[in-house]
Design a binder for this molecule. Sequence first.
Ligand code: WT7
Length: 635
Amino acid sequence: MSNYHIKNLEEYFQVYRKSVRDPESFWEEIAEENFMWRKRWDKVLDYDLSKPEVSWYKGAKLNITENCIDRHLYTRGDKTAIIFEPNDPSEAAEHITYRQLHDRVCRFANVLLDHGVKKGDRVCIYLPMIPDLAVSLLACARIGAIHSVVFAGFSSTALHTRINDSDCKMVITSDGSYRGGKTIDLKGIVDEALESCPGVKTVLVAKRINSEIPMKANRDKWLQPLLDAANNKCVPEIMDAEDPLFILYTSGSTGKPKGMVHTTAGYMVYTAYSFKNVFQYRENDVFWCTADIGWITGHSYIVYGPLANGATTVMFEGVPSYPDFGRFWQVIEKHKVNQFYTAPTAIRALAKERLDFSEKYDLSSLKILGSVGEPINEEAWHWYNDNIGKKNCPIVDTWWQTETGGIMISPIPYSTPTIPTYATLPLPGIQPALMDENGDELKGNLVSGRLCIKFPWPGMARTIWGNHERYRETYFSTFKNYYFSGDGALRDSTGYYRITGRVDDVIIVSGHNLGTAPIEDAINEHPAVAESAIVGFPHDVKGNALYGFVILKETGEGRVHDNLRKEINQIITEHIGPIAKLDKIQFVTGLPKTRSGKIMRRILRKIAEKDTNNLGDISTLLNPECVQEIMDEAL
Ligand code: WT7
């Protein structure tokens, strides 16, 4: 276990150097000592980043659920694997032991088998944060089916696109969900999405809100009676190391969402290793990641990483503001949470509220605080450090992406001195590089450029479902033989990294990765809209908010009327989900374009940010005259 649990900075540098000098033996040792393999690998790493083709632990056989559940039964059978904290604090929390989890996963896996789901089939999961969600991921993994979780805040159109893109044969959902004081009709959204999804044969429906919902004959089935009747033993399907484990969609700067494919062995090793080190997890700690399992953060650090370590992981169904702004802090006190992992947007929202929401709870169980999803600004960092960590808990600002599978750049608590706004140093095995505009790597410190990774790591996504060429083009073509993240970063005089934000047309709103193109496509569906462009502008809670510039058609319908803004946001909600709604909508008569017709977002961004002193040279635009008008009427 020597390099599994780093204890001080010197050890970090030792381990890091080894991981770069000899990556194969580094990742081999970790894989050997900490997991259960049905067959050993023939080769630790095989790769060619120009294609790109990467395989880790080739030839190995395993099942990830044996690693996340079965092997713990001997030593941790009665240990709590999952603590489920419901939306409503007066509803009892549920403690699921590893033995109970085994029972539930096996039953669920047998239900999948009974409905004809086989190894390699895709299953779409559209569930709220209830235990059945975690169980359903593991049940798929048990039988080798590929899960595709769609965040249950996404609209029916978004769900529909994702189901068809990966040709799912089953959907797992619930009768509805609780979100703070509201209930949401999830099953209704699924019904709408399925109107044209010919591949879906079965919909399994969990009961959560006990609402009356229509059930379509021969397609929809209540889940619980099937689970009750199922056998509680299920022999795991033995998988190849590189068999796909799941697909998770992330938005791109153009086109339809990208189904990132993660495979079995590498993802398991990487999430387990990064979890253990970044959160310094010790036996009997209680770990809480507040993300939804609909995002990669939940996959890696609510389900797979913690369970592969035999940890106790909290699953929270609710929201930070219900029944009041003390909810997070109350849950920490109630379950004696030791590591708490959340997003800057949540911290900023809670920091706006009175301090007594946090002061009235005992937060002394906390040892480590984490942040993920976007850069954490200095003010939020200090509020978190002072009021939640009481200046006693290292804050890990963790940089990573859906594509990377796990945390890439982060302090290791007690080893890496932290500085607000710095993600600090790469984890062992991760080799970042900063590139300049000409495609050359910037060597040395005190440089800033585009953030790339120059050597494979086990957790990296292997492809985009059904479109390997798009995978190559998006991530491996900008800089030859480098993985390009889409982020900018700087490296300071000590080698610390600071992430400066996206350099492409992706905007991070409340920690959610939103592409401009799908939002513009949605807006353009409105009959009165001719063209639109979306940019981000700084927002004190969400980090960024969306600003839309919209050209209306010159028809009677195209007149600006009061409802137009509402209707545009309604269309966005239908196509993508409420998270993509625009905060500001400005109607314009033209959009600044290059001579080749590409919208100059850089100019719009400056206008939205109210930073118009230095717009740069606009004389080369096709239509420079529209810039003044847009500035004059900016919101
Ligand atoms: C993008 C990835 C990582 C899981 C959640 C989001 C931004 C993420 C940080 C951070 C600065 C960050 C990046 C990245 N991001 N973490 N600690 N500091 N920026 O996953 O939806 O794939 O988004 O989130 O811009 O590229 P995602």
